[in-house]
Design a protein. Sequence first.
Length: 155
Amino acid sequence: MRTSTVLSSSIFVTFFVLVGCFMAYPKVVTATQAGIIRDYTFNVFNGKFHGPRVVAREGDLLVVKVVNHVPYNISIHWHGIRQPRSERADGPAYITQCPIQTGQSNMHNFTITGQRDTLFWHAHFSWLRATVYGPLIILPRRNESYHFVKPYKQV
C-alpha cells in the first residue's frame, strides 16, 4: 500500500509541476543590445537567391553550364523534364550521375519535347537541395497555344 501512495504522490507532484509550467504567464522583458555580431553565409546563383529562372519553348535545345563554386559536390535535378537519351545527367549524385566537384563545371544539354509546363530545378546533395533551386518554364512553340481549353470569360 505504501508503494502505491508514494507512486500516486510522485504522479501528482509531476502533474502539478507540468501544469504549473504550462499555466505560468510569460514575463515581458526588454532586451538590450549585447553587441553580438552574427555572420551568415548564403549560397547563391549568379548573385541571386534563389537561382535563375530558366525559360524555354517546346522544341528548344536547352544548354545549361553549371559551375560549382561551393565547397561541396553537387548535382542538378530537373524536376519533371523529359530527357530522352540523357538520363545519366539528371538526379542525385552518385546514383544517376557523378557530382560536379568544387571548381568544376558540367554542361546539361537536352531538347524539350512534348512538354509545356512550369517545373523547377534544384541541387542534389545534403542541405543544398533546400537553397539552390529555381523555376523552369516551358512555353508552347511560337504561334501555338497551350493544350488546355481557353476560358471564355474571366471569373
